[in-house]
Design a protein around this ligand. Structure first.
Ligand SMILES: *Cc1c(COP(=O)(O)O)cnc(C)c1O
Length: 386
């Protein structure tokens, strides 16, 4: 670290996790210690599980695990499959690909529905896919493919396959929870996964996994230890956990969940919709095409960077010159897109600031447009909702 950081630049996170954390969600981690084998902690833990339920749309409180989101994904493979089981994966990007990698590591026989990055998943595609593999044990997919910004319309997709497909349906909703609705019981999903550093706006380190009645009756016999959800379920129903949980993160989670409930989930959805609308309008004002096909999420806006500009330079310039931390493209999209995230503790004025930084950056890199033409469109959106 020999680079001297300018004292006149504030760092701000506009990436899809970790996200900007409000101060009032940070401070609970500094409060007095609690022992995790105590009534006080059991109450807190049970309350968190209860408050998580409506965000997942599940009757039963999701389990809280100490790991990043991928840990819960791995547990969804190890607890519900055995070696040689055939499982299905929707691979529409980096995160869909991850399902396949985890399942292969655990010797499942993986069948993939491979989508071109950025294309949406239709009811017909999904239905044809599951019909080809009637023996499959489970299907694993995302609700939002964070590497491309494509939202899968689960409220239509899942009911379409539910009557045909008898296996478990498992959804990684890590980036979409709190930004888009999730109604796992109503839509017929068996397992839904979340993570603390996305819409919940607390630091990374906790993952969540909600299990349907059907999931609870379909545990596999595969050997496992740390992520044994049978053991966790038994412990967590008493407010305890199999091992030491990340206590301070649970304290932070409680503060965040209380705020979500006091504010109302609907308001979180409309907030993300408004910010998403503003960024999309700004992109159009700047002459930047959106990368994904519709439906586009309100979680992040993936914009194509014109061919003559290297997208990684945009990301670097935004970070070093303006303190705006944004994600670029991964793998085949490296240098080709930027992912402007609207997730976490971001307000309208900051969003305008980040768009201003983007405009200055694009000017610097010789993209032809009139300065202010993106911001102007975003302001119009905010003005209509004023
Ligand atoms: C962030 C994210 C993950 C989890 O990644 P971790 O780094 O393990 O927390 C998984 N799936 C999606 C769709 C994500 O956006």
């Amino acid at each position: 670290m020999n680079q001297i950081k300018s004292p006149f630049i504030k760092d701000r996170l506009f990436c899809p996790g970790p996200v900007e954390i409000p101060l009032q969600f940070r401070t609970p981690a500094l409060s007095s210690s609690i022992y995790h084998r105590s009534e006080m902690f059991y109450e807190l833990f049970l309350e968190c599980r209860k408050l998580l339920s409506p965000i997942f749309g599940s009757k039963d409180g999701p389990l809280i695990l100490t790991s990043s989101g991928t840990g819960a994904m791995e547990s969804a493979i190890t607890n519900f499959t055995s070696p040689q089981d055939q499982i299905l994966v929707v691979n529409g990007g980096k995160f869909g690909e991850r399902w396949g990698k985890i399942a292969s590591a655990y010797q499942c026989q993986v069948e993939e529905l491979k989508l071109n990055w950025g294309t949406s998943l239709t009811q017909e595609m999904l239905l044809n896919f599951v019909k080809k593999f009637p023996q499959a044990k489970a299907i694993y997919l995302q609700s939002h493919e964070t590497s491309t910004g494509v939202l899968y319309e689960l409220e239509k997709l899942i009911p379409t396959i539910r009557s045909t497909f008898s296996g478990l349906i498992i959804v990684d909703a890590i980036s979409s929870l709190c930004a888009h609705p999730m109604k796992m019981d109503e839509w017929g999903i068996d397992i839904v996964i979340g993570g603390s550093q996305k819409g919940f706006a607390i630091p990374p380190g906790l993952s969540f996994i909600a299990l349907s009645e059907k999931a609870l009756q379909n545990f596999s016999n595969r050997p496992r230890f740390y992520f044994d959800l049978r053991k966790e379920k038994k412990e967590q129903d008493e407010g305890s956990s199999a091992f030491t949980p990340a206590i301070s993160l649970v304290q932070q989670l409680y503060t965040s969940l209380k705020q979500i409930h006091q504010t109302g989930l609907e308001k979180y959805f409309s907030h993300h919709q408004l910010l998403g609308d503003a960024v999309r309008a700004a992109a159009s004002g700047l002459g930047l095409e959106l990368f994904p096909e519709k439906p586009i999420s309100n979680i992040l806006t993936a914009m194509k960077i014109p061919m003559q500009i290297d997208g990684s330079k945009v990301v670097r310039h935004l970070r070093t010159q303006h303190g705006i931390i944004m994600a670029g493209g991964q793998d085949q999209l490296k240098g080709k897109i930027i992912r402007f995230s609207q997730l976490g503790y971001i307000d309208q004025i900051e969003l305008i600031g980040a768009l201003g930084a983007l405009e200055l950056t694009l000017k610097k890199l010789h993209h032809p447009f009139e300065l202010g033409s993106g911001i102007k469109e975003a302001l119009k959106i905010f003005n209509q909702n004023h």
